[in-house]
Design a protein around this ligand. Sequence first.
Ligand code: NAP
Ligand code: ZN
Ligand code: ZN
Length: 360
Amino acid sequence: MGKTYKAVEVSAPGSLRIVERTIPEPGPGQVRIRVEACGICHTDAATVMGAYPGLTLPRVPGHEVVGRLEALGAGVSKWKIGQRVGVGLIAGEDGVCESCRRGDIVNCKSPVVSGVTMDGGYAEVMVAEARGISSVPDELTSAEAAPLLCAGITTYNALRNAGLRGGDLVAVQGVGGLGHLGIQFARHMGFRTVAIGRGRDKEKLAKDLGAHVYIDTTAEDANAALQRMGGARAILATGTSGDAMGTLVSGLAARGKFIVVGVPQDELRLNAFPLVFGGRSIYGSLTGTPIDGEDTLAFSVLENIRPMIETVPLEQAADAYARMMQGKARFRMVLVMGQYGLFGRSAEVEAAWLPHQGQP
Ligand SMILES: NC(=O)c1ccc[n+]([C@@H]2O[C@H](COP(=O)([O-])OP(=O)(O)OC[C@H]3O[C@@H](n4cnc5c(N)ncnc54)[C@H](OP(=O)(O)O)[C@@H]3O)[C@@H](O)[C@H]2O)c1
Ligand SMILES: [Zn+2]
Ligand SMILES: [Zn+2]
């Protein structure tokens, strides 16, 4: 094994470039991962544009990371060399702030954030905190598992923690990286699932992913359409436009919940009337913990949920990032290092799985 590895770093706002770095040794409580795949999330824009609070450049983005452990730092006992693991956005808590002391580690006041406070997964090698990693089941290839560790966990957690009941009308706004997984989770959790997107071109894809109904906001009034169906018990808002997001609160049923997971740069446009008259509520939800990540992967295996991905080599990270930003990804760009990211399933699972899926 060489002494260096390739990484794609943000050296100045807006510029992604390939660099060669010396392989680091993991410190106490850390692990070193030979990265096999890393998804490109819209949140990476905050690193690429240098806008994430507390960020210093140069920085390697990437927080949908899957790879194999190749070195363990002092004091790491739970994990084994060779084991396949994943890293999401919030990948380590300080353990001492009030949120942590109350057991709410995802809302830690000074968390370790992959691709922001430490280098992330647009690289052949990544060092992570052992407490911040999740184990990855054999049934998923690394490229399939990667997007589940941010786009997946975020939508899965938001839906499962919303106090919904089977059969409830649940709408997912935005059919992108997060949205296309949110639709699948909503359907497989037993909700009457509505996808809300712009234009007709995503209608078939949204229905193939499990949406019972597709609303095209360029052709119809989404709130009126939702109200005709009785109003949504929850709307999972994954879009990147605050203007388009806030107005949808009127599509909720009385006591319905508007769950904000998308982080638009502009402000949300909100009207107090539907909040007050009908007791509707709006709140945000931030990704999840490493064990929530394992739950997301397990549920995806259980229900045969997979992200729809386009894989590209690490060297093409800048192009793949641009494709995501232009809304052209269907639905997640995933960087794969060599051919490794396309594997992962054990031999037995591979044999049982391939005849069903008809694809590698
Ligand atoms: N809460 C969390 O923990 C968390 C985790 C990950 C990401 N995020 C955030 O979630 C958002 C989505 O991330 P992603 O990776 O899914 O991004 P993405 O794949 O680029 O998808 C962007 C989505 O935004 C929608 N959109 C873009 N412009 C719009 C407009 N003018 N009006 C309405 N909708 C518009 C698109 O909807 P159409 O279907 O209509 O094209 C698409 O579904 C980002 O803001 C990201 O930072 C939050
Ligand atoms: Zn993300
Ligand atoms: Zn904390």
